[in-house]
Design a binder for this molecule. Structure first.
Ligand code: HEC
Ligand code: HEC
Length: 350
């Protein structure tokens, strides 16, 4: 009997210890789950792991996700069938197919070189880092150092007509100018004043610590650009057509030397995220170095000249890569055009 009792007590003990083991295991598991899913703040029951798990601190994660969100473009299809909607749609059409309406054989006016706004403002100014219009609505009117004046969107569009399209701008009260401005304002309508937006404008690239080289750039051009933009940078249009399939990069039908792309930093940034055709900011096809060198090559070739004697009334505000003197520093035009730029930037204290 005693033996039986002992036996019973023994098996009871075993059961009991099993139970303790099981519940301990469950507790550990629960704690672990709670910690993983952060049902309660971990610091209330666990030692401070923030040093160890710094990367997964919940607040940081949310913030990074927010910052990483690429700019969202409003949907053209959501435009209502109203006169305002029609105006924006016409503006979109003009930005996309500028030559068809306003080029050398345009159906409305003959005031520009045959290029389209969209050639440089890709997907009608909506492509991430494709020189898009994300920040225009929220930042204009603004004082621009190039003119020394406050400029509204109309003036900025006129600038691209006179420089990038080497022509003249439609009058500011014309149907065409109003439509383009309405479209550009609409594209950036969801961006709040003062907000930075990932994907806006052009992509930043690394500076070179040497001058960028037209000679090295020529080799890149021949291998990676010439097939579309042509041996003479003349671009390509089907015979009998006034509309380019591949726009020109230099020569009489290209942007003039007062244009934004004539500064090689702008050219290199544009090319890095967008060329050869098909490249994107997250799938670029050129190294930063190649982008600088091909920019140097293309901008060393002949193109129309623009009288820009009224630009930069305050010469101390000229950007480091503005290729025309006089300057307030002692670097020559050659170095301002091709670099190395770091010494110039350092001397400007920027
Ligand atoms: C040859 C290339 C090219 C063409 C074509 C071109 N642009 Fe531009 N545009 C640029 C560059 C480069 C900039 C930025 C210049 C800078 O920051 O110095 C720019 C800037 C702008 C801006 C200001 C953007 C901002 O965020 O401040 C507007 C608006 C604009 N262009 C509209 C137009 C319109 C409208 C057309 C067609 C009529 C056009 N552009 C054609 C190259 C071009
Ligand atoms: C497969 C054809 C193709 C290749 C290769 C190509 N591009 Fe382009 N490029 C285009 C097209 C098309 C556009 C106009 C895009 C649009 O209108 O949507 C363009 C536009 C441009 C523009 C702005 C408009 C202009 O004419 O000034 C520049 C600058 C440019 N390309 C530079 C280059 C450089 C530099 C290379 C070589 C690294 C290159 N491209 C390779 C097809 C090409």
């Amino acid at each position: 009997m005693k033996r039986d009792n002992d036996k019973e007590f023994g098996s009871l003990l075993i059961k009991f210890s099993n139970l303790i083991g099981l519940s301990a295991l469950t507790t550990i598991l629960l704690l672990f789950l709670v910690f993983i899913f952060r049902l309660t703040p971990a610091h209330t029951y666990l030692p401070d792991f923030s040093q160890v798990f710094q990367d997964s601190a919940p607040n940081e994660v949310t913030e990074t996700v927010g910052d990483d969100e690429i700019w969202k473009v409003p949907d053209l299809a959501s435009l209502p069938a109203t006169p305002e909607g029609d105006q924006i749609r016409y503006g979109h059409e003009l930005v996309k197919n500028t030559a068809q309406y306003l080029g050398p054989e345009g159906s409305v006016l003959h005031i520009s070189n045959g290029m389209n706004c969209q050639n440089c403002h890709l997907d009608a100014g909506t492509k991430p880092y494709g020189n898009n219009y994300a920040l225009v609505a929220s930042t204009y009117p603004k004082v621009r150092a190039r003119s020394g004046m406050e400029e509204d969107v109309t003036k900025r569009v006129a600038d691209c007509f006179e420089r990038s399209l080497n022509g003249t701008a439609p009058g500011k009260d014309t149907k065409e100018m109003r439509a383009m401005v309405a479209y550009i304002q609409w594209v950036g309508k969801d961006v709040k004043k003062g907000n930075k937006v990932k994907g806006s404008g052009l992509m930043d690239i690394e500076m070179l610590n040497r001058a960028s080289s037209p000679e090295l750039g020529k080799v890149i051009y021949i291998h990676k650009c010439q097939v579309c933009h042509g041996e003479e940078g003349e671009g390509m249009k089907p015979q009998g057509s006034a509309v380019y399939v591949y726009p020109p990069l230099w020569g009489e039908n290209s942007y003039n030397d007062g244009a934004g792309l004539y500064r090689i930093s702008n050219f290199a940034k544009y090319v890095k995220a967008n060329m050869p055709l098909g490249a994107t900011y997250d799938n670029p096809q050129l190294t930063d170095e190649e982008a600088w060198d091909v920019a140097a090559f293309v901008n060393s070739m002949l193109r129309p000249n623009k009288n820009i004697s009224n630009d930069w009334p305050d010469i101390s505000k000229k950007p480091f890569d503005h290729p025309f003197g006089p300057y307030t520093d002692n670097f020559n035009e050659e170095q301002h055009k091709y670099g190395p730029f770091q010494p110039i930037i350092t001397s400007q204290g920027k």
